[in-house]
Design a protein around this ligand. Structure first.
Ligand SMILES: NC(=O)C1=CN([C@@H]2O[C@H](COP(=O)(O)OP(=O)(O)OC[C@H]3O[C@@H](n4cnc5c(N)ncnc54)[C@H](OP(=O)(O)O)[C@@H]3O)[C@@H](O)[C@H]2O)C=CC1
Ligand SMILES: O=C(O)[C@@H]1CCC=N1
Length: 289
């Protein structure tokens, strides 16, 4: 499949932050979240095309309502290709967009594991490549993203990548690509660990006698509130924890179990090691599943 995004910014089409046209390859949970962030930040819908062979109904509705082009036919080069398909799918997905690449094209990937060298191989005609790792709170403009650019990437291409990534949250550029898999394990996958904490707190609340619905509401509100407090105060987590922990009180009693023998720390160390290891496995031509 090839795509025609129509006239480029140079022809007077709408332009993305930093200028130019965008092709979003894959608009599932993360790609869709980024697309909504760009539109909310005022990127003109006319600058954006989406390639996704079986778009979800809400994406079809969004495209019809905003004018974002969905699976347009035939090809012309774009300024930015955002690669948001699963790493296991990218070999076949990349084949359909080769005619959209030109020396002025920035290929910006959010795929876990795929390295700058992989991106160079997959998108050989793109002028520049940037590898990023956002996370799902991007859906509400609160994503935490890291990114690394290939050596020699021009400043204006990095700025273009930064504009698209900061439209959905914070961005840290990493100097060392080797750190991206570790960041993927922490912040890329991290929201899932926090959601699992809410599930566990809910079950533990039931264990100490709360009705399940009350327990779930309290667990959710506690995590939301704790996160908001941390964000609003900027205080170190350990200080905030100390603020909850009255000497000889209930929290100290609870933490004596949670912190015993560094069990949770060891578990999180193993958790991040496993996630980082999986990111490394997804690089190269990667496993198929
Ligand atoms: N989910 C997350 O929290 C995060 C994900 N990422 C990365 O983002 C990427 C996408 O993940 P996620 O959004 O969760 O996955 P999804 O499966 O939700 O989204 C991928 C989308 O790509 C579509 N797709 C499949 N094949 C093609 C193709 N050939 N051309 C165009 N589109 C295609 C899929 O369609 P269909 O469903 O029909 O197959 C789907 O809509 C991954 O590389 C992941 O590593 C990064 C950070 C966080
Ligand atoms: O689980 C995954 O592979 C993706 C990358 C980070 C979050 N979700």
């Amino acid at each position: 499949m090839t795509f025609d995004i129509g006239p480029t910014a140079a022809d007077g089409a709408g332009s993305a932050p930093g200028g130019g046209t965008i092709l979003l390859l894959g608009a599932g949970r993360m790609g869709g979240a980024m697309l909504r962030g760009w539109l909310a930040q005022g990127v003109p819908a006319s600058a954006i095309a989406v390639a996704d062979p079986s778009p979800a109904p809400d994406l079809v509705e969004l495209a019809a309502r905003t004018g974002v082009r969905l699976n347009p036919a035939s090809g012309a080069p774009v300024d930015t290709l955002v690669v948001a398909v699963k790493p296991q799918m990218v070999e076949s997905a990349a084949a359909g967009v080769q005619t959209m690449l030109a020396p002025h094209t920035l290929a910006l990937s959010i795929m876990a594991g795929k390295t700058l060298a992989d991106l160079r191989r997959l998108f050989p005609a793109a002028g520049s490549v940037v590898r990023a790792m956002p996370n799902l709170p991007a859906a509400v403009g609160r994503g935490a993203t890291v990114a690394v650019a290939e050596a020699g990437c021009p400043a204006d291409r990095k700025e273009r990548a930064a504009s698209l990534l900061t439209a959905v949250g914070s961005l840290e550029w990493l100097a060392d690509e080797a750190l991206v898999d570790a960041a993927t394990a922490l912040s890329g996958s991290g929201p899932a660990y926090v959601f699992y904490l809410v599930e566990c707190l809910t079950r533990a609340g039931v264990e100490v006698g709360l009705p399940a619905d009350v327990s779930e509401r309290l667990a959710r509100a506690t995590v939301e509130g704790a996160g908001a407090l941390m964000g609003a105060t900027g205080q170190p987590a350990a200080e905030l924890r100390a603020g909850v922990t009255s000497p000889g009180g209930t929290t100290a009693a609870g933490l004596s179990k949670l912190m015993a023998d560094d069990h949770l720390q060891s578990l999180l160390n193993a958790t991040l090691r496993a996630a980082a290891q999986r990111a490394a496995e997804l690089g190269g031509t990667g496993p198929k599943a």
